[in-house]
Design a protein around this ligand. Structure first.
Ligand code: ADP
Ligand code: TYD
Length: 211
């Protein structure tokens, strides 16, 4: 019997929206129930993702389009890597849940360069793998900023409130632009972690059991 392809779920949101916390809680819960789950994230910890993190942390920030292109390359490696690539996991019948995918590129890079260009530059990823579901954890930029601020001494340059607001607005612009071809669900992230976790669990389970 042929293995049924796993589902691909992308969790999106501005910095501090609770993505890492929620992806980790969700994956543990689903795994404990016996589901085959592969949690992952972007930027990856592969060679290109590591280069991006290094550029961010040492502030050797190249020009915006170069950074955006590195994210495109990191994403293609994330999908196609022969060892632990997302496409391979899905073929093996494993559900993949990622903390960020191409909507992050649309929002973060589209905030300061033409959104259409960012979407075009990610066309190959979209062709290779469109998420079965994009979950946007929705919090006001002020709350995200507050959370990040409370937990980190070194605020990155790109994490100013003004920039988070721009990123939030560009997320909405991208969702509106692509609402016909993408499956997008909004979850109110400005509640207790448990409430958010329960919503994510129900929504993901629904997606996993759908044909
Ligand atoms: P992200 O990965 O989206 O940047 P994190 O999961 O790292 O977000 O969460 C950012 C911070 O906010 C962490 O300190 C986390 O404990 C806190 N946090 C996450 N979810 C909530 C919530 N629902 N209510 C209050 N604080 C939260
Ligand atoms: P991440 O490690 O998810 O940070 P955080 O946990 O604080 O949300 O991502 C690092 C940064 O990279 C984050 O600010 C968003 C940004 N980013 C892009 O600019 N473009 C992209 O395509 C992706 C996936 C992330």
């Amino acid at each position: 019997m042929q293995t049924k392809r796993g589902k691909f779920i992308a969790v999106e949101g501005i910095d501090g929206s609770g993505k890492s916390t929620q992806v980790s809680t969700l994956c543990s819960r689903l795994k404990a129930e016996g589901h085959k789950i592969y949690p992952t994230f972007e930027p990856t910890n592969g060679p290109i993702g590591s280069l991006i993190r290094q550029m961010f942390s040492t502030r050797i920030i190249g020009d915006d389009k170069t950074i955006a292109a590195l994210f495109v390359a990191d994403r293609l490696d994330h999908l196609q890597n022969p060892v632990n690539g997302v496409l391979k996991k899905l073929e093996e019948g494993i559900t993949v849940i990622t903390d960020r995918y191409y909507f992050s590129s649309y929002a973060y890079h589209g905030a300061h360069m033409p959104l259409e260009w960012v979407i075009q530059s990610n066309a190959l990823s979209a062709e290779l793998l469109r998420p079965d579901l994009n979950i946007f954890i929705d919090i006001p930029p002020e709350v995200g900023f507050e959370r990040v601020h409370a937990n980190r001494a070194d605020i990155e340059i790109y994490e100013t409130l003004e920039n988070i607001k721009k990123v939030y607005a560009t997320y909405q612009e991208a969702f509106e632009l692509l609402k016909e071809e993408e499956k997008i669900v909004f979850v109110d992230g400005n509640r207790s972690m448990e409430e958010v976790a329960n919503d994510l669990y129900e929504i993901s389970l629904n997606c996993m059991t759908a044909e």
